[in-house]
Ligand binder design. Structure first.
Ligand code: C2O
Ligand code: CU
Length: 496
């Protein structure tokens, strides 16, 4: 089953990764430097391969290359990779990263005495979702009078914009599927702005994975009609092909507006932003518009990992941070444009990428840049976020993503989750009340925690946790750098 327009990478959990990124960009309209981040990969002891420009490395200049080296440390599931320079991934530098584990509970084969726990016959489908601006991102994002609105959305690289001739643009097809079989769909939201409500007409989903974490099946994720997926998030949804063979809408309803069209308007014209779920040997055609199912949405605050945490998350943390999201509305257009005063603060400050990457400042023992928080090794850290903007509804949600760690979600929309086995993931949407996440400092490195709406990151919505300077440099957990890491950087003042 293949309908993937994106260059997806498929690997195995036992693999050692060595990925040479060669920068051949010459298009002057684009940002020319680059770096590639492996979204969701923890990078234990390999912070230098995290790929975050001005945090873990200097960018790769045109005609230069850099070989990222890391291993998964047992991780398996659905990940992705993307540029981490400016807003460059919005221009298309991105793809899926699937890590399989031959012994994992997803497969039909035995898994620790639980054969076929998830009952999946086919695990070959990747569904990438994203929004798309016709202008290069830096131009689209230059109009700071409001949020840049995408022109359209894409499923596996395909989609229509309002006014496009449908005959010119065939939609993505998922399938053909065989009656009676179960399919695992790995769904990745690679958007720069939009989140989606995903549903499949006449079918239900069982959600078995969130952000690379295998889930135990309960009422929150069994046979749901729809789920929301925010930028940076991934889910695996099992679909049983148990309906009358035919063509069905695989709906990916975007929020907020696209091209001036509200989510409701988008919904009425399914040809605009959806894909087709097709059974084997049925005529190739688009389904009728149909009804929108909204009966039983997934509750992301009740997604329980299949393997509960080794240590319960009910105790108090060693250190607590409160990082409210604050919009600054009184800077001038010029101050926004040149980022001297960005539009957003996360906590007491904004993230303005320093010229010296944080990791290099640490190595050299220099002062850390603004909105960077040193934390110690071996501690339990709680971070609480709150959206203080006027509109704190789900439409304006901020999906916050942490590098270097998965976290437990202890509070979601102001409500406590089950601290014995809370949701665990690497991206969480902040809206409508406090969100508290917890991680343990077992992975030295400078890790950015940022909104995955790229325009918000570009406007300062990020903080960096500088996790244990001592451990980064010395001892059992010290960082192993790939060859050539430091020579990506220009010679700085004082180096001579
Ligand atoms: Cu998808 Cu900073 O990452
Ligand atoms: Cu945001």
């Amino acid at each position: 089953m293949d309908s993937n327009a994106r260059p997806n990478l498929i690997a195995n959990t036992a693999d050692n990764f060595s990925i040479n990124v060669v920068n051949q960009m010459t298009d002057q309209r684009l940002e020319l430097d680059t770096s590639i981040h492996w979204h969701g990969i923890l990078q234990h002891r390999t912070a230098g391969s995290d790929g975050t420009a001005q945090v873990t490395q200097c960018p790769i200049n045109p005609f230069n290359s850099f070989k990222y080296r890391f291993s998964t440390d047992g991780q398996a599931g659905t990940f992705w990779y993307h540029s981490h320079v400016g807003t460059q991934y919005c221009d298309g530098l991105q793809g899926g990263l699937i890590i399989r584990d031959p012994n994992d509970p997803y497969s039909k084969e035995d898994w620790v005495g639980k054969p076929g726990y998830y009952d999946v016959d086919d695990d070959s489908t990747i569904v990438t979702l994203r929004d798309w601006n016709h202008l290069p991102s830096w131009e689209a994002f230059d109009d700071l009078s409001g949020e840049p609105e995408p022109n359209s959305t894409l499923v596996n690289g395909r989609g229509r914009y309002v006014g496009a001739d449908p005959d010119d643009v065939p939609l993505a097809v998922i399938g053909p599927v065989n009656s009676g079989k179960s399919y695992r769909l790995r769904i990745i939201n690679m958007s720069c702005n939009s989140w989606f409500r995903v549903s499949l007409d006449n079918h239900t989903f069982t959600i078995i994975e969130a952000d690379g974490v295998a889930l135990s099946i309960n009422n929150a994720n069994r046979e749901v009609d729809s789920f929301t997926i925010f930028p940076g998030e991934r889910y695996s949804a099992v679909v049983k092909a148990d309906q009358l063979p035919g063509n069905y809408w695989f709906r990916t309803n975007p929020f907020p507006d696209i091209n001036g069209w509200s989510p409701e308007e988008q919904m009425r014209d399914p040809g605009l932003n959806n894909a087709i779920f097709r059974y084997e040997s049925v005529p190739i055609e688009e389904p009728k518009p149909g009804q929108i199912p909204t009966l039983c949405p997934m509750d992301e605050s009740k997604l329980k990992p299949l393997v509960p945490p080794a240590q319960s998350e009910c105790d108090k943390a060693d250190q607590e941070f409160f990082l409210p999201i604050v919009a600054i509305n009184d800077q001038t257009e010029e101050e926004r444009q040149n980022r001297s005063i960005p539009h957003y603060q996360l906590g007491n400050g904004s993230w303005i990428p320093p010229s010296l990457p944080v990791l290099l400042s640490v190595i050299r023992g220099e002062a850390l840049p603004g909105n960077t928080y040193p934390i110690e090794f071996g501690k339990t850290i709680d971070v609480t976020f709150l959206n203080t903007e006027d509109d704190s509804s789900i439409e304006g949600a901020h999906p916050l993503h942490l590098h270097g760690h998965e976290f437990s979600v202890l509070q979601f929309r102001g409500y406590k989750t089950d601290c014995r086995n809370p949701p665990r993931r690497d991206t969480i949407a902040v809206y409508d009340g406090n969100v508290t996440v917890r991680f343990r400092t077992d992975n030295p490195g400078p890790w950015i925690f940022h909104c995955h709406i790229d325009w918000h990151l570009d406007q300062g919505m990020a903080a960096v946790f500088a996790e244990s300077r001592y451990e980064m440099l010395y001892g059992n957990n010290s960082i192993v750098f790939p060859p050539g890491w430091e020579s990506l950087c220009p010679i700085y003042e004082g180096d001579k």
